[in-house]
Write a protein that binds this ligand. Structure first.
Ligand code: 5AD
Ligand code: SF4
Length: 476
């Protein structure tokens, strides 16, 4: 029975070892037979990286001949793909596992698997083995391609099969994929992160920065374009560091994006960029290529130099503001969004007010705001987390109130303007109501025919709200 447990100390180490690029599969006949007549259900928490990993897991399961079910009670295998970024996300998972345990009474052959970022933490795996022994498989972010072999072992094992690689392995190409949507697709460009912001567990759970080969990425974009996709999002924890590890290739993110934009796909996005690595030449690509949409997600985390330093963000408030100014000079209509943490250890009211003033100064289109959550094994977890929860909540509320006003003001500037929309959803409750996303990533609700789903269209904005817009269709 496999028992390979995670170790955060090992995960932290960065070495110069070469990353190999290998290919998934092929699966042998026995593995291909395992899923015949069986159903799978995947529950995903966390960021787009996890969403995309779940698409790969779905692809692998379907290659093993499992079929998807929306009804969890019918599932023969349930995978919970987890997020470790904040404690609250972890607590939800433990609660969910308790519920899923009951399903084993109905279907004793049910395989319950835990994967994703939480599996990379030793305290999580210890807790699972002790308190949730009914979990059958635990695997991590580096070895999801091993899913077929782990299922095969679990089918014959009485105890949990645990295989978590603490160190990242090869980059595995050609992973089968079942995408949730047929018009918008995620593409990984790089895995891992070497920034080690002091609060963040990602460099431990996702390993060192590793870039995919540019040709593999470009081929995937071309294939998706041929399949009729309208929009792709290039994914990485820090896409702006793309290529730094591909020493022989002389490629960076700006070059990759320039080439990607030559593919005839209507929309290209990317996320997430780090202000430290942001290459200003990228702005020229925005100016010259119409399919690179005008939205930049640029996490600032704090407006206080003291806190930025304690977070090890590698830039100051003024450097961030200068970067924003440069971006806005070249791209006046760009939508800027950000991530902000309140209540980082030692954050005084004055530090917090500096975050509020930065928010007012930049006027972000929207912001993801979080209360600091101590993550075991990170440097910040050893700092004195000295702010009362009520104070953290108060700061979060103030920040959200301010952003709401700013977002509403920004959205009001769009009223009467014509916008391009990619239609994403039919409203289940209100027939005839559709929602689409602008190039700047804003949601617009409007009346229209369901045939528009997955297509590009145009609307005129009629009403602004803080988190969405209303519009009327201009062209069918
Ligand atoms: N506590 C709260 N928020 C965090 N983030 C990352 N780590 C933590 C943490 N320990 C936030 C950051 C990051 C976003 C994805 O999650 O703002 O940009
Ligand atoms: Fe975490 Fe910082 Fe890396 Fe983002 S850049 S994933 S916040 S360590």
């Amino acid at each position: 029975m496999t028992r390979l447990l995670p170790n955060l100390l090992k995960a932290k180490k960065r070495g110069g070892q070469e990353i190999k690029h290998t290919k998934f599969g092929p699966l042998n006949d026995e593995l291909l037979k395992i899923g015949k007549g069986k159903k799978y259900f995947i529950r995903t928490y966390g960021c787009q990286m996890n969403v995309h990993d779940s698409e790969h897991m779905a692809g692998i399961l379907e290659q093993m001949n499992y079929t998807q079910t929306e009804n969890i009670a019918l599932a023969d295998i349930i995978l919970v793909n987890t997020c470790a970024i904040r404690n609250c996300a972890e607590e939800k998972v433990y609660g969910l596992l308790g519920k899923y345990k009951a399903l084993k009474k109905i279907n004793p052959g049910l395989i319950l698997g835990l994967c994703g970022c939480m599996s990379q933490e030793e305290i999580v795996v210890e807790r699972i083995l002790k308190r949730h022994p009914y979990v059958d498989i635990v695997f991590g972010t580096h070895n999801l391609h091993r899913l077929p072999q782990l299922i095969q072992e679990a089918l014959f094992s009485k105890e949990a099969v645990v295989e978590v690689w603490s160190k990242e392995g090869d980059i595995v190409e050609a992973l089968p994929t079942v995408r949730h949507e047929h018009f918008r697709a995620w593409i990984n460009v790089a895995y891992g992160c070497d920034k080690f912001c002091t609060y963040c567990i990602v460099p431990y759970t996702r390993g060192k920065e590793r870039s995919r080969q540019p040709n593999d990425i470009l081929q995937e974009i071309r294939d998706l374009t041929d399949q009729g996709y309208q929009e792709i999002t290039l994914l990485g924890q820090n896409v702006t560091a793309y290529g730094k590890d591909l020493i022989d290739q002389k490629v960076n993110f700006t070059k990759l994006i320039s080439e990607a934009c030559l593919v005839n796909i209507p929309r290209i996005r990317f996320t997430t960029s780090h202000p430290y690595d942001f290459d200003e030449q990228l702005l020229d690509v925005f100016k010259n290529r119409s399919n690179l949409v005008e939205h930049i997600h640029l996490p600032v985390q704090s407006g206080s130099d003291l806190i930025l330093k304690k977070m090890a963000r590698k830039y100051s408030r003024s450097r961030y503001l200068k970067l924003v100014e440069k971006i806005r000079t070249v791209l006046p209509d760009v939508a800027l969004t950000t991530d902000i943490i309140v209540g980082f250890p030692g954050e005084t009211n004055d530090d917090f007010l500096q975050t509020m003033s930065l928010m007012s100064e930049v006027e972000f289109d929207s912001a993801f705001t979080f209360i600091y959550s101590a993550r075991p094994g990170t440097p910040a977890a050893k700092m004195n987390d000295d702010i009362e929860l009520t104070e953290k909540e108060y700061r979060l509320q103030n920040l959200n109130n301010l952003q709401e006003k700013i977002s509403l003001n920004k959205n009001k500037q769009l009223v009467n303007r014509k916008v391009e929309l990619l239609v994403e959803q039919l409203n289940a409750k209100k027939p005839g109501l559709l929602s689409g996303r602008t190039r700047s990533n804003k949601i617009v609700n409007f009346q229209g025919p369901p045939t528009l789903l997955g297509k590009l269209t145009y609307a005129r904005i009629t009403k602004a709200k803080p988190w969405s817009l209303d519009g009327e269709l201009l062209e069918i």
